[in-house]
Design a protein around this ligand. Structure first.
Ligand code: FPP
Ligand code: MG
Ligand code: MG
Length: 334
């Protein structure tokens, strides 16, 4: 977070065009720069779990170890991988800023959501700004392959949000769309940052693919558990309201599984829980169904697939950490 703050500050102090713009808008430079800086740093407050950078760096270290680098090479590669880790948190945060505007979020991580503390217009710009600084950090890597891989994440995030707006008539199609959306919204960022760090470690194409598989499966498991916690955890623990997905009209894995047991849910899913008591009824159906258990089982399967993907790596404390991390994903409470 300290490094991200430095990147954001540096840009704010040095950008001549922004100073000119502040003159043209008639808003004092300090006020314009001050509030943008304050906003941009608002979610980088050390309260987030920083799961994405942790995964990217742990995988990077495990791969560097596997590649038998000398100490100098290891340090240099890890420094480059660190930039990918930083970018991953910046992309994630920018997407959360935009997401909170789209979802009219009240709170995030136990404090007012950015769009409540400021307004939607400034919040959109703040998300764009964090993304812009992330792009500058990415350019410092001067690596076309890594650039392509991380650009794909941005496209996937937008695609995922679009998919979330779609309805499907058929149960199987609905579940497939949900899984694909889950990849785009959550797993893509983790999968491609893992891939990027394997590329920076100069791993063989096969091993680069395994890094992608590790991230993809951990990412899908992470989101499945997130969707589970929306039903199982309290709003106090989550730092955001519980049952939020239903309130937004979204049918996630627990509801989709429950609907095979309780066909009454089908109508509620199709009308996106929009009528009076729909949210409460769906919540009750899920609680008495096997949906929560089935979601946990599916998350476990993805964790197993993640562990299998990194099997070819030589043993190291980092490889063990990657394996332990899959357990943490399953047992987390917030
Ligand atoms: C959180 O989901 C949202 C995301 C993971 C992705 C949001 C992506 C966009 C808004 C597209 C724009 C992307 C960029 C890079 C600016 P959620 O609403 O289900 O979760 P929540 O409960 O944490 O709000
Ligand atoms: Mg949201
Ligand atoms: Mg959302």
């Amino acid at each position: 977070f300290k490094e991200i703050h430095e990147e954001l500050d540096f840009e704010l102090k040095s950008n001549e065009e922004l100073r000119t713009a502040s003159g043209q808008l008639g808003i004092s430079k300090d006020r314009l720069l001050g509030s943008l800086g304050q906003m941009a740093k608002y979610y980088f407050d050390g309260q987030g779990k920083a799961v994405r950078p942790v995964i990217a760096m742990t995988l990077g270290h495990a791969y560097n170890h596997h590649q038998c680098m000398n100490q100098e090479e290891k340090t240099e590669t890890a420094n480059r991988q660190r930039k990918v880790a930083i970018i991953s948190e910046m992309i994630h945060t920018a997407s959360l800023v935009h997401d909170d505007i789209l979802d009219h979020a009240e709170t995030r991580r136990g404090k007012l959501a950015v769009n409540q503390k400021w307004d939607a217009t400034r919040s959109v710009l703040c998300g764009d700004y964090v993304l812009a600084i992330g792009a500058k950090v990415l350019a410092q890597l001067r690596n076309e392959e890594v650039l392509k891989v991380l650009a794909q994440v941005l496209a996937d995030l937008v695609h995922g949000e679009f998919q979330q707006l779609q309805n499907k008539e058929n149960e199987t199609e609905r579940f497939n769309l949900y899984l694909n959306k889950t990849f785009n919204k959550t797993a893509s960022l983790i999968a491609y940052t893992c891939k990027a760090n394997a590329i920076l470690a100069k791993a063989s194409p096969d091993l680069v693919e395994e890094a992608f598989k590790y991230g993809k499966n951990v990412g899908i498991a992470f989101q499945l558990v997130d969707d589970l916690l929306d039903f199982e955890s309290s709003s106090q623990l989550l730092g955001k309201p519980a049952a939020a997905d239903l309130k937004l009209g979204l049918a996630t894995a627990p509801v989709l599984f429950a609907s095979t047991e309780f066909p009454e849910l089908e109508t509620l899913i199709k009308r996106r829980f929009s009528q009076s008591r729909d949210v409460e009824r769906a919540f009750e159906f899920v609680q008495k169904s096997k949906g929560l258990l089935q979601t946990r089982d599916l998350a476990k399967q993805h964790c197993d697939a993640a562990v299998q993907a990194i099997e070819p790596l030589v043993e190291s404390p980092y490889k063990s950490a990657l394996i332990n991390l899959t357990d943490k994903v399953l047992i987390r409470q917030k």
